[in-house]
Each structure stands twice: as structure tokens, then as C-alpha cells.
Ligand binder design. Structure first.
Ligand code: AMP
Length: 285
């Protein structure tokens, strides 16, 4: 496996792969790789002849009071894990390599899709995500790009961007990988104290309860949302940012009574200073 730290090095590798007619899979990450990322890399390796994993803690998607400096950086371990899952290239550029000038071009998806859920408390987040993902798409020229359902709003926003900008890439949105007790794997889980870690299981357990009610026939969207709010609210260490439901695709408002279609029930909750997200998709057939 090759480690590329510059745009020039990556471009050279991509040119060689393209000349050889290879299909390319891209897995964008911020590193501190875990089994969630591993599942994306594995899927990419099954479907493509060249797999590029980017490891870049993207400064433009962090707000001023967020955890950019504290974010875990574990490049050596990331390279080992990426290689063991079938990656051919790890692209780990510096911020200056990705953002060479202070005057820069933004790629921004506008509208409610970036304003609801995480967009409300993280107003610049998705603009940073779409800008960096555009750069990565242009550099790696992937046939397929892999994202996790864990970041459901990010997946919706990127789908919108790919459609609007005619990016020639197929998106693959992979299922959420969880710890044994249900907590969604996340690089931010390492911030949790022992007590917070134990409390954080309420995210997945409350969503699971909502899914069980839904499967049993509950179609009142407010009842499902309020049920999750109550369960999380009962956990003293949990500080709710949001518990909300939107219709898919595109994060549109939900009707009071759910009719045919797919719905995203999503939560963001703080435990101390650590903010975690999780979600479940409910489908009325
Ligand atoms: P991150 O490094 O947090 O930016 O995540 C990189 C990619 O991995 C994103 O597409 C995430 O949605 C995905 N991802 C993160 N955690 C998980 C998980 N537990 N299961 C599946 N995908 C995940």
C-alpha cells in the first residue's frame, strides 16, 4: 500500500490507474479509523481495482468552538487498518495541501437539507464537507465513493451535490457498524468517560425502541419522536441537541401520520462536551 501526502503524488497514482483502465473506489475519512470505516474500505475493495482511503481532518467543517485540535490523529494505525482491509492508497494531505490559498472556492448545498438537524448547531459544517469531498472527487476520480449511514444527513447532502454538479460517481451508503451494546462506532467515542460511555447506549436503545413500536404499527410521527426524547431525557448524563424525523430523500418535513415512504429518525446528544449522533430509517411499504 502507498501513502500519498501530496496532491501531486495522488494525481500520479490516479493517472497510472486510469491508464491501466482500473476502477477506482474512494473512502473519505477523517482518520482514527475503526470498524465502521473498515466496513467501507472492505466494500470498496470488493468492488474496485484501486481503493483510495483519504485521511484528512478537514478544518473547514469544524466550527470555531468545536474539536478540531482535539480530534484524534492516528495515521500509522490508520494505514495498517486500511491496508488490512484492502486499501491500495492512503491519501493523507496537510491542510495547506488541500487549501493552498486563503482565497478559496466553496462548494455549498443550500436549502433546508443543510439547515435542519446538525445544520442548526453547525452552520458551516456541510459547506466544509461538500467542499472537501468535491476536491477529493476531482483528485481521485472515483467510480464509486463510500459513505456511512451513521452520518445520514451528510449522505443526503452529498447525494444532492453529486446530482446537482453532475459528478460522475456512484455513491454507496453503507450500514451503521455498532459496538456490542448498540452504540454506533465513532472516532469521538474515545472522548467519553466510563460513565458517559455507559450512558451513551441510550441513543441506540431509544431508536431501537422507536423501531419496535413502528414495526408494531405505530404511524404517529410525533409519538415516535416524543418517545425517543423521553427515553433519552430520562438519562441524566444526556443533553439533547435534537430528536427529529424527516422524510427521505432530501430531508423533507414529515406528515403527522406516516404514509408510504422512508423516514429518517435522527438524534444528536451531548455527553459532557462530546456530541454523538445516531439514526434509524423507518420505511412504510
Ligand atoms: P469520519 O471519519 O467520521 O468522517 O467518517 C468517515 C466515513 O465513515 C463517513 O462516511 C462516515 O459516515 C463513516 N462512518 C463513521 N462511523 C461509521 C459507523 N459506525 N458505521 C458505518 N460508517 C461509519
Amino acid at each position: 500500500m502507498k501513502l500519498c501526502k501530496t496532491v501531486a503524488e495522488l494525481r500520479e497514482e490516479i493517472a497510472l490507474a486510469k491508464a491501466a483502465g482500473k476502477t477506482i473506489g474512494l473512502v473519505p475519512t477523517m482518520g482514527a479509523l475503526h470498524e465502521g470505516h473498515a466496513s467501507l474500505i472492505k466494500a470498496a475493495a470488493m468492488e474496485n481495482e484501486l481503493v483510495v482511503v483519504s485521511v484528512f481532518v478537514n478544518p473547514t467543517q469544524f466550527g470555531p468552538n468545536e474539536d478540531l485540535d482535539a480530534y484524534p490523529r492516528t495515521l500509522d494505525a490508520d494505514c495498517k487498518l486500511a491496508e488490512s482491509m484492502g486499501a491500495d492508497i492512503v491519501f493523507a494531505p496537510s491542510p495547506a495541501e488541500m487549501y493552498p490559498s486563503e482565497d478559496m472556492t466553496w462548494v455549498e448545498v443550500t436549502g433546508d437539507i443543510t439547515k435542519v438537524l446538525c445544520g442548526r448547531t453547525r452552520p458551516i459544517h456541510f459547506r466544509g464537507v461538500t467542499t472537501v469531498v468535491s476536491k477529493l472527487f476531482n483528485l481521485a476520480q472515483p467510480d464509486h465513493a463510500y459513505f456511512g449511514q451513521k452520518d445520514a444527513q451528510q449522505a443526503e447532502v452529498i447525494k444532492r451535490m453529486v446530482k446537482d454538479l453532475f459528478f460522475n460517481v456512484q455513491l454507496r451508503i453503507m450500514p451503521i457498524v455498532r459496538e456490542v451494546d448498540g452504540l454506533a462506532k465513532s472516532s469521538r467515542n474515545t472522548y467519553l468517560s466510563k460513565a458517559e460511555r455507559a450512558a451513551a447506549v441510550v441513543l441506540s436503545s431509544s431508536l431501537e425502541t422507536a423501531k419496535t413500536l413502528f414495526d408494531a404499527g405505530e404511524r404517529d410521527s410525533k409519538k415516535l419522536v416524543e418517545g425517543v426524547k423521553k427515553l433519552i431525557g430520562d438519562e441524566p448524563m444526556a443533553d439533547i441537541d435534537y430528536v427529529e424525523m424527516y422524510a427521505l430523500p432530501g430531508l423533507k418535513p414529515v406528515p403527522e401520520v406516516l404514509t408510504e415512504g422512508q423516514y429518517l429518525l435522527a438524534v444528536a446528544v451531548k455527553f459532557g462536551s462530546t456530541r454523538l449522533i445516531d439514526n434509524v430509517i423507518l420505511e412504510v411499504k
